[in-house]
Design a protein around this ligand. Structure first.
Ligand SMILES: Nc1nc2c(ncn2[C@@H]2O[C@H](COP(=O)(O)OP(=O)(O)O)[C@@H](O)[C@H]2O)c(=O)[nH]1
Ligand SMILES: [Mg+2]
Length: 328
């Protein structure tokens, strides 16, 4: 029997999540963020229950209206009886998770809705990296049973782009300001978008922006790919949001039919596997006295200029791999 009081072990937490206990879900998310040692065992039990939720990436410059759009999409999905997870990656506010806090104020009905789950991720400099941690939080929501995960990320910097890439479909949110699309292209956003949105279409220049984006997208290599859509929205009053959701759904439907959905998931999982393998390896390198002393000895050698850092790193890995083989 599931015992809701036992939320301190990987088994207790995974049972809690599979029994739809929100406290277990949020504790597990904290474990992921803290790189708690129980995370490996947690995923051993939960991984088989993931893969069902659809992952939608929302990216674009700060202030474009991403959070407002996410809240609108969540409302719309809730009205269709879907459960929604919202994960916001906002490096500009690592402590307060300001974006979601803002949503709580603007959208109190979402915060009170028990079919909506929000989490704000802080950027971390630790081993797994932001993208890996975000992926795990998304998987937790998936195992919990949400139908959709809306993944908001500021479109600046490599780790944020990595986050956007893990979604099944990603749309880029821009505003009708001259030069916005040019900035977006420089930031690499034009390559990762599957759909484009000109939000704040209540302002002047939305049509011009749409045309600007279309002409930029024409430069993108589109061999064999479906044409990229550019939508307009007014997130503050919801205008265009149902059409945006339709476009997202249509994209996913086509992607499932032509195999690109599965191919993208495979690519993401392969990438994640390599990331995790790096983490395992780096941990292994410094485990135990043998590991620590090899690291210290090789650091001495590098400082004494008797070994290059590159050869020392290779030697460290060789030694760790031998150690692993010895233990199996
Ligand atoms: N005029 C107008 N303002 C908007 C629209 N969408 C969002 N905003 C406002 O733009 C600001 C930034 O929105 P936010 O969703 O926090 O942007 P984010 O940084 O991309 O998440 C807020 O003050 C919103 O109320 C819109 O469609 N029209
Ligand atoms: Mg935001």
């Amino acid at each position: 029997m599931y015992n809701p009081t036992v939320l301190t072990s990987p088994e207790g937490l995974s049972d809690g999540i599979l029994n739809r206990d929100r406290r277990a879900l949020s504790r597990a998310m904290s474990w992921v963020e803290d790189e708690h040692p129980g995370v490996d065992r947690l995923f051993r039990r939960l991984h088989g229950r993931t893969g069902r939720a659809l992952r939608v990436g929302i990216t674009g410059p700060p202030g474009a209206g991403k959070s407002t759009l996410v809240a609108r999409l969540a409302q719309l999905l809730r009205a269709r009886h879907a459960e929604v997870g919202i994960v916001a990656v906002d490096p500009t506010s690592p402590f307060t998770g300001g974006a979601l806090l803002g949503d709580r104020i603007r959208m109190p009905e979402l915060a009170a809705d028990d079919g909506v789950f929000m989490r704000s991720m802080a950027t971390r400099g630790s081993l797994g990296g932001l993208a890996a941690a975000t992926h795990e939080v998304v998987d937790l929501l998936d195992a919990f049973g949400v139908d959709w995960v809306l993944l908001e990320t500021v479109g600046v910097g490599q780790s944020e782009l990595d986050v956007a890439r893990m979604a099944d479909v990603t749309f880029v949110v821009l505003v009708p300001e001259s030069g916005d699309a040019v900035q977006a292209m420089k930031a690499g956003l034009m390559e990762i978008g599957d759909l484009f949105v000109v939000n704040k279409a209540d302002r002047d220049g939305a049509d011009r922006s749409v045309m600007e984006i279309r002409s930029m997208l024409a430069l993108r290599d589109r061999k064999g790919r479906r044409p990229l859509e550019v939508k307009t929205t007014v997130a503050v009053d919801g205008t265009g949001v149902p059409e945006l959701l339709d476009a997202v759904s249509a994209f996913l439907e086509t992607a499932r039919a032509d195999g690109s959905f599965a191919a993208r998931r495979r690519k993401v999982e392969r990438w994640r596997l390599l990331q995790l393998a790096q983490r395992v390896l780096v941990r292994r390198l410094t485990i135990g006295e043998a590991g620590e002393s090899a690291l210290e000895r090789l650091t001495d050698d590098v400082l004494a200029r008797t070994t290059s850092p590159h050869d020392a790193a290779a030697e460290l890995v060789e030694a760790a791999l031998k150690g692993m083989a010895g233990r199996t």
